[in-house]
Design a protein around this ligand. Structure first.
Ligand SMILES: Nc1ncnc2c1ncn2[C@@H]1O[C@H](COP(=O)(O)OP(=O)(O)OP(=O)(O)O)[C@@H](O)[C@H]1O
Length: 260
């Protein structure tokens, strides 16, 4: 069974111009989200979605996360139609479908401690004793390369890279099946980017995770992904094995891949 299947997904944003005036048809076309996207994520696989700014990557991420209903097409996660199931089923699926966003600081409540941040999904979905929860959080911190003693810190006391590790710990806390990584290292410096990408790769193997890795960075996609879908203007231009990424055929794919 495939973990995630997208079939012919399209989403067009309602375009209104300045002061609510209607846009011209050319402007409407340019604000299109995604068009006729089909893709599959198998268990244990990292599918990279590579595209330039405005290509439709975040739109796709929000559709996969159940946050933005597509106009057409179907999203099937663990054999369930994500937009045609009841609320209870969707909530159950939510624990297997986690996300790490680009901006580590805005993804957390600045007033919470690391312990409270990582503990949130545990409290929402499980019923551990306070002691057991603390033990799990300590273990999660060590799994992502931080120290158990970091749990008393607040986001302000951490670097961007450390805080992104906290976000990763929160995302893996419930042992999900799929994590949507929406530009998870783009706001970090090069050395930290590489450390976190390699760590994500290790975690994928050890925890048998699958990733949908959204990025504009061809090198990052190359490090982490098994397969890559190159997206431009809301459409998939080419799907390719990562090993063949630099030999892609489509002229638009070549432009994107060689634009580094
Ligand atoms: N809420 C919205 N209303 C109108 N148009 C939108 C909206 N969100 C996105 N768009 C348009 O849809 C297209 C795809 O945007 P999206 O944010 O998905 O791209 P992206 O690849 O994630 O870009 P970036 O890397 O810059 O975040 C763009 O043309 C964008 O202007």
């Amino acid at each position: 069974m495939s973990l995630l299947v997208l079939e012919n997904i399209s989403k067009t944003y309602e375009a209104s111009g300045w002061f609510g005036m209607k846009k011209t048809s050319a402007a409407k076309a340019s604000s299109s989200g995604v068009r006729d996207i089909s893709l599959v994520v198998e268990p244990g696989m990292c599918l990279g979605i590579l595209g330039e700014s405005g290509a439709g990557k975040s739109t796709l991420a929000r559709i996969v996360l159940g946050l933005l209903a597509p106009d057409h097409g179907r999203v099937t996660f663990q054999d369930v139609d994500l937009y045609r199931c009841d609320r209870r089923t969707r909530q159950r699926l939510r624990r297997d479908l986690q996300v790490v966003f680009q901006d580590s600081y805005s993804a957390v409540n600045p007033r919470q401690t690391v312990q409270q941040i990582i503990g949130e999904p545990l409290r929402n979905f499980e019923r551990f004793s306070a002691q057991e929860e603390k033990r799990i959080i300590a273990e999660l911190l060590e799994t992502v390369g931080l120290r158990a003693s970091d749990m008393v810190k607040t986001p302000k006391q951490m670097s961007g890279g450390q805080l992104q590790r906290v976000n990763i710990a929160r995302a893996i806390a419930l042992k999900p099946k799929l994590i949507v990584l929406d530009e998870p290292v783009s706001s970090l410096d090069m050395i930290v980017q590489k450390q976190i990408l390699l760590h994500l790769k290790e975690l994928k193997q050890h925890l048998n995770l699958s990733y949908l890795f959204i990025s504009h960075d061809v090198m990052a996609v190359h490090v982490l992904s098994d397969q890559v879908a190159i997206i431009d203007n809301g459409m998939i231009m080419e799907s390719i094995n990562t090993d063949d990424l630099f030999e892609c055929n489509h002229p638009v794919s070549r432009r994107i891949v060689h634009s580094v």
